[in-house]
Design a protein around this ligand. Structure first.
Ligand SMILES: Cc1ncc(COP(=O)(O)O)c(C=O)c1O
Length: 403
């Protein structure tokens, strides 16, 4: 911390002294941002190559989203769901049409939306599939990341996420990711849902084989199991299509969105499905005070408009392919693999080169902000508004660090 300015050191010390140590941030304080750029309190400029774990696909303080939020702030911010508001209906219509679904249920964070999908699958299992009371099973994948609630960490295969937090909710089974036979074998008459990320991002950008999601679709249809697709990190144009399942041409029964749904300005998440699934929820079965608040819905409408009108899926596909080509062309002695889709890219560091964190620290020193995931992988996930020139700027620095 010696190299830090007095101002930066003061902010970090305050945060470390009064804030729980449940994160290990890089030693930088961000006090201003615009587009792909962020600034520290001394005015130093950095490129954001993380986008708050893909929550800022539209770029920091996107003007369209800012304008929508400012305008809404002069009207009404919170109504609760005890009353209707004039933003939630238009937001629902826009998002369910985009997903190819019929109905949505809004929450705030990703983990809450995952919990909602789990409750939905269980209730559907009891009410529609005819599973005996208390017997519903949900299948998940090893190396999953779906959030941090007690139920969700209960089916994590990462020991640290579980350690000290039991006892856990029963009714979950783990199978290997990208293994259709394992899915076939794990399904029983009590299976109500299969919860999966289309790309395992937190686990180190682990890609499924081509055809995996199509296989999932087929098996779930044959066995009357809901395919629940967690698109919280991969969705909303990040991978070069609006949703990552579209790369495989197979649509899920239940989709979970979060992060970039609020344009990086308001937290908003949701679960979307067909009516024949969602209609198991009756008034009082589930809810959230802030879920569907007019401020978040106004942000959501604008955030989706920016993705659609700005053709950010196409931009992510084009810029992602360019970025990945540049990374592969490095032929770095430290790099074992470069993988990803669109602008969700993982660079895996060779075991003999040590962990990914020192490389992230060195990149930060040069002005490129990214974060290691699962010790050996550097994740590059810039805002989807990034230009070729900005990628070139970053590549100059990446080259200095990795070569
Ligand atoms: C795939 C996936 N699901 C769920 C979550 C949890 O979202 P939140 O942190 O908003 O609760 C995340 C967050 O990183 C995620 O990447």
């Amino acid at each position: 911390m010696n190299k830090l300015s007095a101002k930066t050191r003061k902010f970090i010390e305050l945060s470390e002294k009064y804030g729980a140590h449940n994160y290990h941030p890089l030693p930088i304080v961000i006090s201003k941002a615009k587009g792909v750029w962020v600034y520290d309190p001394d005015g130093n400029k950095y490129m954001d190559m993380l986008s708050s774990y893909s929550a800022i696909n539209q770029g920091h303080l996107n003007p369209t989203v800012v304008a929508a939020v400012k305008s809404q702030l002069s009207k009404v911010s919170l109504t609760s769901r005890a009353f209707h508001n004039d933003q939630i209906g238009p937001f629902f219509k826009k998002v369910v049409k985009l997903c190819g679904m019929e109905v949505a249920l809004p929450m705030n964070t990703g983990a809450e939306a995952v919990e909602t999908a789990l409750k939905l699958a269980r209730k559907w299992g009891y009410k529609k599939k005819g599973v005996a009371a208390g017997q519903a099973e949900i299948i998940c994948c090893a190396n999953n990341f779906h959030g941090r609630t007690t139920t969700i960490v209960g089916f994590s295969s990462d020991e640290q996420y579980r350690d000290g937090f039991g006892p856990f909710t029963p009714g979950f089974k783990l199978i290997p990711f990208n293994d259709l036979q394992a899915l076939r074998d794990a399904i029983t008459e009590n299976t109500v849902g299969f919860l999966v990320e289309p790309i395992q991002a937190e686990a180190g950008i682990l890609m499924p084989s081509k055809g995996y999601l199509q296989g999932v679709r087929q098996i779930c249809s044959e066995r009357n199991v809901l395919w629940i697709c967690d698109e919280i990190q991969t969705g909303l144009a990040r991978t070069g299509k609006m949703f990552a399942w579209q790369h495989d041409g197979a649509a899920p029964d239940v989709i979970i969105l979060g992060k970039a749904l609020g344009g990086g300005i308001m937290p908003i998440s949701l679960v979307a499905s067909r009516w024949e699934i969602m209609d198991v929820f009756n008034p009082g079965d589930h809810g959230s005070t802030f879920g569907g608040n007019p401020l978040a819905c106004a942000a959501g409408i604008a955030a989706l408009d920016v993705l659609i009108k700005g053709k950010l899926s196409q931009a992510a596909a084009k810029m992602g392919a360019y970025f990945m080509r540049q990374l592969r062309a490095l032929h770095s002695p430290h790099v074992k693999d470069v993988r990803g889709r669109g602008l969700l890219i993982g660079v895996e560091i060779k075991a003999e080169s040590g962990k990914a964190r020192p490389f992230c620290e060195a990149l930060m020193e040069k002005g490129v902000l990214c974060k290691e995931t699962h010790e050996s992988v550097i994740r590059f996930a810039p805002p989807l508004t990034i230009t070729k020139k900005e990628i070139d700027w970053a590549m100059d620095r990446v080259r200095q660090v990795l070569c």
